[in-house]
Design a protein around this ligand. Sequence first.
Ligand code: IPE
Ligand code: IPE
Ligand code: MG
Length: 228
Amino acid sequence: MDKVLPKNISHVAIIMDGNGRWAKNKNLDRSKGHKKGLDNIIPIVQELIDWKIKHITLFAFSTENNNRPYDEKKHLISLLENALNNIAKKTDENNINLSFIGNLKHLPKKITSKIEKLNEINKNDASNKLIIAWNYSGRTDILEAINKINDKNITEEKFADLLMTKNIPDPDLIIRTGNQIRLSNFMLWQSAYSELYFSTKLWPDFNTKDLNDALNQFMKRKRNYGAV
Ligand code: IPE
Ligand code: IPE
Ligand code: MG
């Protein structure tokens, strides 16, 4: 079935929170929650693609997540590596371009070169752009942009071009799962007029029906941008 949304929506971002609590509720190790969370990405991204949402950003690891135990970070990086090893065929076949925002310097070279290679796939003609926010901090994004400014009277448009999200429209809708009502340093500049949707579901339990509830809710919102 051809899915058509009644209102244009070009960018949906998801703060995928709740993996640890999902595991804890089942008396499992947090690592099992992260694995289950990773498995949930494919059906959710597929549904967003079916709805023809061109830009999809997934917040996978924040700069502050570096404060977690070494073993948990190591596990998350190994899940990232496995996912990257399996994704090339999928992005190619589905005409998706994959890119990353965030500071990738802490990742091993074998992973960053994989990311660079994947980024080349469908670079100029992708029907969908999947963006992974990894070791991302909204404040760092803004600070690094400030440090690049040359003009004395910079405009909002030019400033946006200095951010990691250059060429990516601001998110129309930001969904956060995991029953926390905050942005946790995600896209602070870019979210100025984003619609926010908070789900009580933990990320591994967030399914396509929950996603459709969020999209439906978005369709009912009236975006004023300060006007009447
Ligand atoms: C989100 O789930 C994944 C990452 C932040 C990497 P959490 O690991 O934060 O899960 P909770 O919030 O502890 O349940
Ligand atoms: C936000 O979740 C970051 C990601 C989902 C990647 P956190 O679990 O890190 O957020 P806080 O610490 O509860 O704010
Ligand atoms: Mg969390």
